[in-house]
Design a protein around this ligand. Structure first.
Ligand SMILES: Cc1ncc(C[n+]2csc(CCOP(=O)(O)OP(=O)(O)O)c2C)c(N)n1
Ligand SMILES: [Mg+2]
Length: 498
């Protein structure tokens, strides 16, 4: 049976989705490396989400109130690169043509790219959904802190694509379980339920009842959605966004490699080029007659999201201007945090705090020293958020200004993560990436190290200035807290610049 859509309206939508399919199979073929299956399988879902729902502005990927989109099944990176290119981000066709080549930003397994629309690194399966839970939590906390009657200046969603692999990885349990408890209603995930992973059909190694699993976490679950039916996808998203106090999982039945007539539905499309013959057959099957890397004008125009993006951001800016009139102090504070700037008198404050601590210095456990530091700095840094994985009293993470958050009131700054160290670390990375939050996970565990190695912050875990100093543990947020490099009281014996 042909994979062409039946109705005229759907044919138009299908043509838009086919642009993703064509770019993905051609780019992977040109690189002789990559993953065409997931982009081709999720193209219809992506088309509906990005064209009808995603609130973003391609001209300003750093707009604070943009929706976040996280491709947790990051091997399908050509899906994201296609979307960024088609909707008008600063990602040229040359970048697509040179997928996975040195010197290009289309590296594969998306790397964290601020200013491009790549929100987090998602090569490691499960990290994306866990980071996304952190982003949704950051949104909820910021909304609790900054929104006032009539002024929802923080009001965006976090959308996630994930696959079987993300759901098999244990971290998805930790993160999604907490997302339910914290009632992250603006988190919406699409499960690419294609029954395939690298080794073949998953029935031999993945038989969970995913619907029941997520319902048990307290999520809204929309089951059995045809991931190739735009109307069904739209209906599911409408149901998802009507829900305020539960995250939603939309389970989409899809065909991996959709449109490749001889290979679709099989693991052979997961992570290898389709080959010239199958690509030619897919072009026929999909009714896509255009040469590689050419998008017809009408399809390019329909995808172009720049005008809508400008309207989105302008609307928000107008709201924010009125907010600034009604709540000037909040607006100033919000703007500071959006810009990632320290409080104006931070340097003097920090020097005085360090001098006072040094003057008192005695012998104490490092966890006590950590609490002393938190108590000294936290009053000046409302963006400091953190918590503990059920060891609050042991590792002394709760400073005197800590206000616990709950599912019903997220305006505080302290998170009881429960016994979920791995998830906690990935959540905190998501919160830090979300911006306007500096998170302080305190996790001396092997799992935490794994997340740090795979996190987008892994290259900045050491002091940006000397790369060796003992401030490395704090450098996870050094760019934001110490934009000019880390400071020292001079008594610590570190290099002057550190
Ligand atoms: C933590 C982690 N383990 C293993 C891999 C290697 N890997 C990449 S994709 C994949 C299979 C994923 O299956 P699924 O999510 O169902 O993707 P699909 O084949 O449906 O595109 C594996 C094992 C990885 N990227 N990350
Ligand atoms: Mg799969």
């Amino acid at each position: 049976m042909s994979q062409q859509a039946k109705s005229a309206g759907e044919t138009a939508r299908r043509d838009l989705a086919n642009a993703i399919r064509a770019l993905s199979m051609d780019a992977v073929q040109a690189a002789n490396s990559g993953h065409p299956g997931a982009p081709m399988g999720m193209a219809d879902i992506a088309e509906v989400l990005w064209n009808d729902y995603l609130r973003h502005n391609p001209a300003n990927p750093d707009w604070a109130d943009r929706d976040r989109f996280v491709l947790s099944n990051g091997h399908g990176s050509m899906l994201l690169y296609s979307l960024l290119h088609l909707t008008g981000y600063d990602l040229s066709m040359d970048e697509i043509r040179n997928f996975r080549q040195m010197g290009y930003r289309t590296a594969g397994h998306p790397e964290y790219e601020p200013g491009l629309g790549v929100e987090t690194t998602t090569g490691p399966l499960g990290q994306g959904i866990a980071n996304a839970v952190g982003m949704a939590l950051a949104e909820k906390m910021l909304a609790g802190q900054f929104n006032r009657d009539g002024f929802d200046v923080v009001d965006h969603r976090t959308w996630v694509f994930l696959g079987d692999g993300c759901l098999m990885e244990g971290i998805s349990h930790e993160a999604c379980s907490l997302a339910g408890t914290l009632k992250l209603g603006k988190l919406i995930a699409f499960y690419d339920d294609n029954n395939i992973s690298i080794d073949g059909e998953v029935d031999g190694w993945f038989t969970d009842d995913t619907v029941a699993r997520f319902k048990a976490y307290g999520w809204q679950v929309i089951a059995d959605v045809d991931g190739h039916d735009s109307a069904a996808i739209k209906a599911a998203i409408d149901t998802a966004i009507a829900q305020d106090d539960r995250p939603t999982l939309i389970c989409c039945k899809t065909v991996i490699g959709f449109g490749a007539p001889n290979k679709q539905g099989t693991a052979s499309t997961h992570g290898a080029p389709l080959g010239p013959e199958e690509i030619a057959a897919a072009r026929t099957e999909l009714g896509w007659s255009h040469p590689p890397f050419e998008i017809p004008g009408n399809i390019a125009a329909a995808w172009d999201g720049r005008e809508r993006g400008a309207v989105n951001e302008t609307g928000w800016s107008e709201l924010f201007a009125k907010y600034a009139e009604a709540h000037p102090e909040l607006a100033t504070e919000f703007a500071r945090r959006m810009a990632g700037q320290l409080p104006e008198d931070w340097a003097e404050f920090a020097d005085a705090a360090i001098a006072a601590i040094d003057a008192e210095a005695g012998q104490m456990a490092t966890r006590k020293a950590s609490l002393v530091a938190l108590n000294a700095f936290a009053p000046k840094l409302p963006e400091l958020a953190g918590g503990s994985a059920d060891l609050t009293g042991s590792n002394l993470t709760k400073h005197s200004g800590s206000e616990p958050i709950t599912g019903d009131d997220a305006s505080g700054n302290y998170i009881y993560f429960g016994v979920r160290e791995f998830g906690m670390t990935a959540l905190c990375n998501g919160m830090a990436l979300h911006a306007i939050f500096s998170s302080t996970p305190t996790i001396p565990s092997a799992s935490a190290k794994t997340v740090r190695r795979t996190s987008p912050w892994s290259t900045s875990l050491r002091c940006a200035s000397c790369r060796t100093c003992a401030y490395g543990g704090q450098a996870i947020r050094s760019r934001r807290l110490w934009p000019g490099g880390m400071r020292s009281s001079g008594r610590t014996g570190r290099q002057a610049s550190c």
